[in-house]
Ligand binder design. Sequence first.
Ligand SMILES: Cc1ncc(COP(=O)(O)O)c(C=O)c1O
Length: 383
Amino acid sequence: MAGASTAQAHRLARYRTEFPIFERQIYLNSCSLGALSKRSRAKVVELLDVWESRGAAAWYDVWWQALADLRGGYAGVIGAHPAEIALHASVSTATAVLASALDYTDRPKVVTTSLDFPTVVYQWLAKRPLGVDVEIVESRDGISVAPEALARAIDDRTALVATSHVFFTSGAIQDIQAVAAAAHQKGALCLIDAYQSAGQVPIDVHASGVDFLTAGGLKWLLGGTGIVFLYVRNGLVKELKPSVTGWFAHGRQFAFESRSIEWQEDARRFEQGTPALAAVYAQLGGLELINEIGIPAIRSTVSELTEDLISRARSAGLKPKVADDASQRSAIVMIPAANPAQEVRRLAEAGIVADARPDHVRLSPFFYNLFEDNGAAIEVLAS
Ligand SMILES: Cc1ncc(COP(=O)(O)O)c(C=O)c1O
C-alpha cells in the first residue's frame, strides 16, 4: 500500500498554498506548532492596522467583539456553548485556575496517567504539600492506558481525573466518554487535555459528558502561541469559585470594585487578565480555515495521510510506535531512532521539518501535507 497514493493528491491538497512554508520546506511538525497560514497573517496585520489607527479606542467595539468571537469559535470546535468557554494564555494557566477552584477536603485525590503532558500533572503535584494525593496510572506499552487500570484508580476519594484525549507521547486517542463515565461513577469530575486532538479529531463535549476540557491554537487549530481555552460544563460553572483569578473573572469588571468579587455568571469566571490580542487574531484566522474545511473532513484526510506514513515506515523496516487499532491513531507518528537529534538534523538538511523526542523521531502530517511529503521523510530516515 505504501506509495500507492503518491500519484493521487488528496481532496484537501488545494489548501497547501495557504501555507507559505511549503514554498521552501516540507513541514511535518504540526503537533509542535501548526504552520502559519496566510489567513492568520492577514488577521494579525488587521489587528496592527487597528492598533495603529485607533489605539485603545478599539477595545470597546472591535477588540471586545474579537474576544467574544473567539469564545464562540472555540465553542463551535467542541460542540459547546460560548458561555462555557474561558480564554487563557496557556494550558498551564487554564489548569492552574481550574485546580484552584476544586475542593480537596473530602476528595484529596487526583488521577492522571504516565502519558499525559507534564504541565497538567504539575498543577496537582505542586499541591501535594497542601494534602493533594496524585495517582499516576502507568501505561504498559507507552502507547495508551488500559481503561480498566484508569477505572481501578478512581475511588470515592477522587476529586478529578485529568488526562489527554490524544496522548502527545504516541498519538493514541483515548475514549473520553469512557473516562468521563468512569469518573462520574465514583462521583469524581474529569478534565480532558485536548491540545493534541482539537482541530484534527472531532470532539463533542456535551455528548461525551466531560466536565472540563482545555485546548488551544498552538497545534491543530492553527492559531500559534499564547492562546488556549478552558471549557467548563455549564451546570458546574456557578458551583466553582477559583482562588487563582483576575479582573476578567469579575461580573462587573469595569466597576473596578476592589472590595469584593462578584463572579461572572458564565465560564469567564475562570479567566484572569487581558488576553494577547495578536494571538487572538492569529487564532481567528486559523479557525476560519478549520471551519471552512470542517473537522470531520480534516480527520478523514489526515487519517489517510497517517496510515500512508505508517505503511511507508513499515515497508522501510522502521517499526513506528502507534496504536494497534487504526481507529485509535491520530496524526502523531513516533519512529524509533537510536539518535533522534541526528535524524532530525538529517531531515532538516533534506528540507524537512520534524522533531525529536526521547528515542524517537516524531512526524505529524496535517491536511496541508501531501503523500509525497511522507515519502520524502521516510526515504531520508531509511537511508
Ligand atoms: C498535550 C499537551 N498539553 C499541553 C501542552 C502545552 O501546555 P502549555 O500551553 O502550558 O505550554 C502541550 C504541548 O505544548 C501538549 O502537547
